[in-house]
Design a protein around this ligand. Structure first.
Ligand code: UD1
Ligand code: CA
Length: 483
């Protein structure tokens, strides 16, 4: 949600995000708001929206699994977000009270608060701004809230209105009394804005006289009406509505987020095919192509004009301009230089740094290995703990023997050296500039620059031996059926 700071009217407003519930319907050990979608925990999204909207204070009400939630928020947002603890989950009204009480009463730049649910990942800064403006735009109103009209209102709090069309209350699904109430399709998506004084007075009056025996935030509507206060409603985007209560909704919301990210990238000049999954926070430069089945995660950055072909999975990878990743390559915590080529079927493991115009081909695995400019390892190799200079050629089947069972050791191959196929390089060892390692060599000692290293048994040819060998090996007719 890299929406620019909308900053229109929320600079005097605190955000209170309710996230203390257990999320029973997730059937999980993990607190609901820590379940991830598009690479981030659920709670990231509403917090991001509040920060993007320019709220002066952001308070997250935590309870179930609060250590986990708090430490994530601290790590991700630092001092910009504070938490307040709701010890027992007695309902959204009680949670709102905990949050409102935590708003710093001494700060005089904060006279209103916007309260919303932490399980709504599609909510954007503009949705918060819309409700804040509904409150501030009308001097008489004490409370403003979002509503949505849906085909299937099952499970949601219904918006009930009087004959004049003014909202009178929100009634929870379980508390509905008549078929007429059940037929109401206007529901509460859960964004409420009010002055601090309103919150302090009304939240104190909530009573648990409802089907769940909880304090309902939604009851502030009828309380406001009872004291003759004006309540404004504003119709919100449908997307705001999608609260995550179970794993089905988690995935539905994730699909919507991936779709939003793909659309935003296409608008900025990136070809993103259907079926690519680009997580929140990933950056892709213009004229890059992201094919179907590609997964881009974490702090991945793809440079301009790069091509990521079908089925590649990149986690925290920086790909420089014009690099080509062929199908089904898996890269993690690494960098790929400009115009380098990877794959198909390459495995680039953490701390690899593939230089400009270098090539890593099929069934090549690298780990903590640096390749210089234009170096090549095109087929079937394991390159672990290596420092490979520019223009080095690593032949098929080369293995860096980097591990002695206790420690990892480094292989250094200097510029322009040639490693023949099926060689084993037993680290620690250095192969000098321009050296030549003959096919099938086991390198155990340093190779000086421009030297030839060769270690293999001399070949012997036995003239006329092949027919004799065949006669000896060929099974007789009787015994052949038994094999
Ligand atoms: C709530 C609304 C309902 C609305 C729906 C929209 C109430 C009473 N109901 O129902 O009108 O249509 O959302 O999705 O507000 N929470 C706490 N502490 C608690 C209870 C809940 O922090 O004691 C938090 C939860 O972590 C969650 C949010 O409040 O993030 C909403 O709670 P949830 O139980 O999901 O409410 P719904 O039944 O979905
Ligand atoms: Ca919910």
């Amino acid at each position: 949600m890299t929406e620019p700071n909308v900053n229109a009217g929320l600079e005097r407003t605190a955000a209170v995000i309710l996230a203390a519930g257990q999320g029973t319907r997730m059937k999980s050990e993990l607190p609901k708001v820590m379940h991830t979608l598009a690479g981030r925990p659920l709670i990231y999204f509403p917090v991001r929206a509040a920060l993007d909207a320019g709220c002066v204070e952001v308070i997250v009400v935590v309870g179930h699994g609060r250590e986990l939630v708090s430490s994530y928020l601290e790590k991700t947002f630092g001092g910009r977000v504070r938490t307040a603890v709701q010890v027992a989950q007695r309902g959204t009204g009680d949670a709102a009270k905990v949050g409102i009480d935590a708003v710093d009463a001494t700060r005089d730049d904060c006279d209103a608060a916007i309260v919303f649910y932490g399980d709504a990942p599609l909510l954007a800064a503009s949705d918060l701004v819309q409700i804040a403006q509904a409150l501030h735009g009308d001097k008489a109103s004490e409370l403003a809230l979002a509503t949505c009209t849906v085909d299937d209102a099952h499970g949601y709090g219904r918006i009930l209105r009087d004959a004049r069309g003014d909202i009178t209350e929100i009634r929870e699904h379980r508390d509905l009394r008549t078929d007429a109430e059940r037929a109401v399709r206007e529901i509460n998506p859960g964004i409420f804005a009010a002055k601090m004084s309103f919150w302090h007075s009304k939240l104190a009056l909530l009573k648990p006289n409802n089907a769940q025996g909880e304090l309902y935030l939604t009851d502030v509507v009828s309380l406001a009406r009872e004291s003759g206060q004006v309540v404004r409603t504003a119709s919100a985007r449908d997307a705001v509505l999608l609260g995550v209560n179970d794993r089905q909704q988690l995935v539905e919301a994730e699909v919507a987020i991936h779709d939003r990210i793909a659309r935003d990238l296409r608008r900025s000049g990136v070809t993103v095919r259907a079926g690519a999954r680009i997580d929140e926070g990933v950056e892709v430069g213009h004229d890059a192509t992201i094919e179907m089945g590609v997964v881009l995660r974490g702090a991945t950055v793809v440079g301009p004009g790069a091509s990521i072909d079908v089925g590649c999975v990149l986690t925290n990878v920086v790909v420089d301009a014009g690099a080509i990743l062929k199908p089904y390559s898996v890269l993690t915590d690494s960098r790929v230089g400009a115009r380098a080529q990877i794959g198909p079927f390459s495995h680039v493991r953490p701390d690899s740094d593939i230089g400009e115009e270098a090539h890593i081909g099929n069934f090549v695995e690298t780990k903590k290995t640096r390749l210089g400019r234009g170096a090549k390892a095109n087929h079937l190799a394991y390159l672990g703990d290596g420092v490979i200079g520019p223009a080095v050629n690593v032949g098929a089947g080369t293995i860096f023997c980097n591990y002695d069972g206790y420690k990892k050791h480094t292989t250094v191959i200097e510029e322009g050296a040639f490693i023949g196929s099926d060689s084993q390089i037993v680290a620690p060892v250095t192969i000098g500039k321009g050296a030549y390692v003959a096919t099938g060599t086991t390198v155990t000692r340093d190779v000086p620059a421009d030297a030839l290293a060769i270690s293999r048994i001399r070949q012997e040819n036995k003239e006329g031996y092949a027919p004799r060998l065949r006669a000896k090996l060929k099974p007789s007719k009787k015994s052949s059926s038994s094999t």
